[in-house]
Design a protein around this ligand. Structure first.
Ligand SMILES: [Fe+2]
Ligand SMILES: [Fe+2]
Length: 281
């Protein structure tokens, strides 16, 4: 039975602290292919999160429902915290690789260089629809990462695990906010699907581009080790790609709603853990 009562999915803005004093250059499972894949996401995500906030804010005055207005505020609060925490990690990454600044500049120019202020209402709707689809992707990745049997976060430093688990849990908590805004602004199925196509192409292209740039600048990589690192990466990420395929297919259902998959309990387990482990402001 679908669960569309959003009261239990009311986001909470938390401000956890993470210590990024040092991290090894191939911190993700001692695997350079995996590390640079996630490093690329650490650059792609914060700019994406700023874009999500702008996309939703563009229609804030059209939201009549008081509860949705509140959820939008809290969604913006959570995404702002995510963006800040990813950027804090950049300080460590920048010391290790000049690729970060190079990729960041290229990525922001290519993805966000156009003059958003002059966008038509239809273009703004497409941006919101792309945000909704990307929020679906982050919610899928979050679920796969937080599943009990998941091995996705194994071989990752403790502080990075805490950070990724917190981010994942909040992605589940606010997964329906942008979707409900789009529903209120424009309920068109075609618009939602166009956003998914655009989001899928953008996500694949920019994360892939970042990974290639990071790897090309990493002088410690031994090319002869690439097949074994790639094989371990594929083996570990197969569940996430299977999860993505199944869940993206679900998104194409005309009556799809993110809360049809009621998985808030997964997020709550993480919040309890984070709150008891270390002080959260
Ligand atoms: Fe986020
Ligand atoms: Fe999000």
């Amino acid at each position: 039975m679908s669960n569309r009562n959003n009261i239990q999915y009311m986001p909470v803005v938390r401000k956890p602290q993470f210590n990024w004093e040092e991290i090894s250059s191939h911190w993700c499972d001692n695997n350079f292919f995996a590390t640079h894949f996630v490093n690329s996401m650490h650059v792609v995500f914060p700019e994406g999160e700023k874009f999500f906030i702008r996309s939703v804010k563009a229609f804030a005055d059209r939201i009549k429902d008081k509860e949705l207005q509140e959820r939008v505020k809290l969604f913006i609060g959570q995404e702002t915290q995510h963006m800040m925490q990813h950027k804090n990690f950049w300080e460590v990454l920048q010391k290790q690789s000049p690729a970060l600044d190079m990729f960041h500049k290229l990525y922001t120019n290519m993805a966000y260089g156009r003059d958003e202020a002059k966008w038509s209402i239809d273009r703004k709707k497409l941006a919101l629809s792309t945000t909704v689809a990307l929020e679906h992707y982050t919610a899928i990745m979050a679920e796969v990462a937080l599943e009990k049997e998941s091995k996705l976060l194994e071989g990752i430093p403790e502080e990075m695990t805490r950070m990724l688990q917190w981010h994942a849990a909040e992605e589940i908590e606010h997964k329906s906010v942008a979707f409900d805004v789009l529903k209120e602004v424009d309920d068109s199925y075609l618009l939602r699907i166009k956003g998914m196509i655009l989001a899928s192409l953008d996500l694949t292209f920019y994360v892939g581009m970042g990974q290639i740039i990071f790897m090309s600048q990493d002088k410690t990589i031994k090319l002869e080790e690439l097949p074994s690192h790639l094989f371990r990466f594929i083996k570990k990420t197969t569940p996430i790609f299977k999860g993505i395929l199944a869940n993206v297919a679900d998104y194409f259902r005309p009556d799809f709603h993110p809360n049809d998959n009621d998985n808030l309990f997964m997020a709550e387990q993480i919040f309890q853990k984070i709150m008891t482990e270390k002080a959260v402001a």
